[in-house]
Design a binder for this molecule. Structure first.
Ligand code: E4P
Length: 218
């Protein structure tokens, strides 16, 4: 399973990349706004850190505007994946860009039917938002299972399921069990994945016993 980092914080991405935990990055207009920086500069810096796909989202809502923005964003670096919302204009843009060889991430997916449409439009990634579904008392993981099953039924579909709006480690583990291709994780969730109290207490005990030996390895 691939791990993408869901942030526009360049320092966070750089730190996680040094541990080999970054297969790609996703951003959205809210994350760019939070960074307080110019979008093109942030995307260029992120693309220099990872060779994996870096999602940069259009903000136009009409086909011509989305297409123009998508081409501009793709021009920033060869590993930009253009992100479009799951609207009719977004799917049209997805098809046009995909036919030119640009990978497209179709975002704001909340149903299996929407995911099927994105696949037909040639999306490289579909981003179902599990946390936002959970927030309104729908089971986000049921949606992941449904999309994975539907895509598997049709081997011609090459779209990867990119689990988005991940809020905690259980979302990641369940996504992996269901066979999702990718999860995009906020840096805080990646750090939560790392932690286990038995790792901490076990390491303390080993180091205490080692100190009693008076040895040093080097
Ligand atoms: C990623 O592509 C999405 O934009 C992101 O995961 C949304 O997460 P949120 O629901 O926590 O804002």
């Amino acid at each position: 399973m691939k791990f993408f980092v869901d942030t526009a914080d360049v320092a966070e991405i750089r730190a996680l990349a040094e541990s080999g935990l970054v297969d790609g990055v996703t951003t959205n207009p809210s994350l760019i706004a939070k960074s307080g920086r110019k979008m093109s500069e942030v995307i260029a810096e992120i693309c220099a850190i990872t060779e994996g796909p870096v999602s940069a989202e259009v903000t136009a809502t009409d086909f011509a505007g989305m297409l123009a923005e998508g081409k501009y964003l793709r021009g920033i670096a060869k590993n930009v994946a253009v992100k479009v919302p799951l609207t009719e204009a977004g799917l049209r843009t997805c098809r046009a860009l995909s036919q030119e060889g640009t990978p497209v991430n179709v975002t704001l997916c909340f149903s299996a039917a929407q995911a099927l449409l994105a696949a037909k439009a040639g999306a490289a990634f579909i981003s179902p938002f599990v946390g936002r579904l959970d927030d309104i008392a729908h089971d986000g993981m049921t949606l992941i299972g449904d999309i994975v099953q539907i895509y598997r039924n049709y081997p011609g579909i090459k779209t990867e399921v990119l689990v988005a709006s991940v809020r905690h480690p259980v979302h990641l583990v369940q996504s992996a069990k269901l066979g999702a291709h990718v999860a995009t994780l906020p840096p805080a969730v990646i750090r939560q994945l790392l932690k286990h109290p038995l790792t901490d207490s076990g390491l303390s005990a080993f180091l205490a016993d080692w100190a009693k030996t008076g040895q040093s390895i080097l």
